[in-house]
Every structure is written in C-alpha cells, then in structure tokens.
Design a binder for this molecule. Structure first.
Ligand SMILES: Cc1ncc(COP(=O)(O)O)c(C=O)c1O
Length: 401
C-alpha cells in the first residue's frame, strides 16, 4: 500500500485531453490543426536576442536577482498604458505581472473560489480555465449562449437558480475555442445583467490584438472596473516561452492576489520581464502585431476556402474575425471524438470540442487551429479531413429524425 494520501482536490485534476491528443499528432506526416500554439514563425528572435544582450549588459545583477512579487515596475507601467486602447483606465499599482495568464486564472481561483461555490462559465469555454479552477472545487454553472456569446438572461437565471456565484469567466475576443467576438451591445447588456445579479467578472483577453479587419469593442471591464478582473498575455503577440502575462484587479482584490502569487512562485522571472519590457517599450508591437495579423488572416482565408471546398453538406462554421481557431459543427450523426483516430490515420489532427464544455458536451463540435500550417498544408489537411467525414457519413447508419 502506498504511503501517499492524495488531497481531495487532486481528484479534480485531470490530464489535459488536449495534451494527450497532441502526443498523437506528433506522429510524422500528421498535419496538426490541434494545437493552441502561436506560429513560431512570428517570434521576433532578433529583437529578443538584442534585448537579452542589452539587459545582461546594463542590469545583469538586477535581472538575475530575486525581485518584487508585483512585477517589474516599468513593465507594469507599460501594461497600464497599453490597456488604454482596450478602453481601460488602469493605474500601474493595479497590474500584477503573472507567469502567463494561466497563472492569473489559478490565482483568481485560489483567491475567489471556496469548495462548492458556483462559478459561471461560457458554453463552451477555455479548457485551461476549467482545469485551473477545478482544484478549488467550484460548482461550475454553464451560461447559456448563442453566436454572440452568453445571453444576458443567463445571468438572471444564474441569480435565481444558483445565487452567490463567485464570478463569471468570460472571453469576449476571438474566444478559445469558438473564435467568436461578443458584440458591443451584448457586452453592455451582459455587464448590466452581471451587475444586477451581483456576479463579478473575470475577463480573459489573450487574443484581442489578433484582429483581422477591425479591432474588437472595448473590454467588458471598462463598463465595470470595480467588479472585474482582467487578464492579458504576451504569449500570442510576442512569445509564450517567456511565460509572461498580467492581471489587472481592483484595489480591493490586489493584496490577496499578490499574497497568492507570493505563495505560488515569489515572482515571475525578473530576466524575462526586463527583456520583454526592453522589446516592447518603444512601440515594437505597433509594427510587429500587424505582421502577425496579416499572416493569420491569410491562413484564416485559406482554411475558410478549404472548408468550403472539402466539407460535406451539413457541416457548419463561421469564419473567425481574429484569433487562431475555427469551430466546426459536424453533420448530424457524427462524433468528433470517435473520428479523431481515423483522422490521424489519414494524416490530419484536430481537437474534439467535448473537453471545452463544463457540462453536456456537443459531440459534433471540433476546434481547428489555422495558424501553424501553411495555406497549402491547410488545404491538404482539410481535404483529408473532408474525406474522413464523407466516409464516416456514408458508413453511418441513417439516423431516424
Ligand atoms: C483563453 C486563454 N486564456 C489563457 C491562456 C494561457 O495563456 P498564457 O498562460 O500563455 O498567457 C490561453 C492559452 O492558450 C488561452 O487560450
């Protein structure tokens, strides 16, 4: 018998299905649309190399030493300034630098969730957030939604049926996994409904800068700053390897988030923060991000065209206006999870939609990333997927409706 006795919360920790799937997709010859990774071709290697040299030349002792848990002050100031474009008026003292925005999710969970407390999430939502919150043993409540995001009515239902929700986790911009944007009028209606229901917001925005045609509406937090925690990230606009993100929180929450962060990792690596600040401080992202947008836009167009060419009748999707993902709904009778193995055998991989649901998964949903393959590989991959789906449909017994 083992001497180890696992904590109850560990029962709520599960291997990421996506990581398991990614192992399958690493087989040679598989065109993978499964990952949630940005394109490595967008990483500004030279700018980062120059910044590393400069930081090590000019401030080696500070960059390699322990540092403040709040984060590197000039980077906090830069973040506060940067957020003006999202409609947010933020003081640097409200910015906590985190080890990826994933840590921001964990800290929000640690500080705000008691076992059994309701936490509202979108339907579907970011799987990594479900994983971050789950060990704190919340009772997830799925907010009902449509193509424009959660319905304001769902907050009224939440207040009636499950009062006392600690927060609602929302992804207004190019959501992972669906790619949709919450339009401005819906944002305002949602904030109003959340305020009336007394449910604060945790707003996650790693993709907002990756728009293709027009910038998304202001952050939801701009309508209710004292009732919102806002998460941002450098992963999708610079590089995920530095693990740099941030939380913006109202003054009332900041001390507890900071203490939670201290307990977790003391601080985010000083060297990484200084290098990223050195890269971004003179407006580098103003030139760099448009190059990512142009690249991803062309890949989005290639995937949309390929889907039109190769998908069987009954498959539905919306071309995303930004971000990294298409969300497909397969024809009636198909199950994305069951088809994955056939697809990998045919040389293409995707992520089934089911793990992105807190409850009642849609077996017909799948997520496709369009950013890591060339347009030609996207076409080949979607053609292979189309063949798998056509075959499955011709083999599927007719479903009585
Ligand atoms: C919606 C969402 N939130 C948070 C993260 C975590 O990003 P990071 O920790 O790299 O900032 C991701 C990563 O894919 C994401 O898609």
């Amino acid at each position: 018998m083992s001497a180890w006795h696992l904590a109850r919360r560990s029962a709520r920790m599960n291997p990421s299905i996506i990581r398991e799937i990614l192992k399958l997709t690493e087989r040679p010859g598989v065109r993978s649309m499964a990952g949630g990774l940005p394109s490595a071709d967008t990483f500004p290697v030279q700018a980062i190399r120059d910044a590393c040299d400069k930081v090590l030349r000019e401030a080696p002792r500070e960059a390699l030493q322990y540092a403040a848990s709040e984060g590197y002050a000039p980077l906090r100031e830069w973040v506060a300034q940067h957020l003006v474009a999202q409609g947010l008026t933020v003081k640097p003292e409200q910015v906590l630098i985190t080890t990826g925005s994933q840590q921001g999710l964990d800290l929000a969970g640690k500080v705000l969730i008691d076992a059994g407390a309701p936490v509202a999430v979108e339907t579907p939502t970011y799987l990594g957030a479900l994983q971050a919150f789950a060990p704190y043993e919340p009772e997830f409540v799925s907010l009902e939604g449509d193509d424009d995001g959660p319905l304001p009515e769902s907050f009224r239902a939440l207040a009636r049926r499950t009062p006392g929700a600690r927060f609602a986790y929302l992804l207004p911009n190019f959501q992972n996994p669906t790619g949709r944007v919450i339009p401005r009028a819906r944002r305002e209606a949602l904030v109003q409904a959340a305020r009336a229901a007394g449910v604060p917001l945790v707003e996650d925005n790693p993709y907002g800068d990756l728009w293709f045609d027009r910038a998304p509406p202001p952050a939801m937090a701009s309508w209710w700053p004292e009732g919102s925690v806002y998460l941002g990230s450098f992963s999708k606009v610079l590089t995920p390897g530095f693990r740099l993100g941030y939380i913006v929180a109202p003054a009332a929450l900041m001390p507890k988030l900071l203490q939670a962060k201290q307990a977790s990792d003391l601080h985010t690596p000083s060297f990484n923060q200084r290098v990223v600040h050195e890269v971004v401080r003179n407006g580098f992202l103003d030139q760099h991000v448009p190059t990512i947008r142009a690249r991803y836009r062309a890949q989005r167009d290639a995937m949309d065209a390929a889907l039109h060419r190769h998908m069987p009748a009954g498959t539905t999707w919306h071309a995303p206006q930004g971000g990294m993902f298409f969300w497909l709904r397969l024809a009636d009778g198909l199950d994305a999870m069951q088809l994955l193995e056939h697809a990998v055998a045919a040389g293409v991989a995707f992520v089934p939609g089911a793990p992105f649901y807190a409850h009642a998964p849609d077996p017909r949903a799948m997520r496709l990333s369009f950013v890591t393959l060339s347009p030609a590989d996207i076409d080949e991959g979607i053609a292979a997927l189309g063949r798998v789906l056509h075959e499955a449909l011709s083999a599927a017994p007719l479903v009585a409706s």
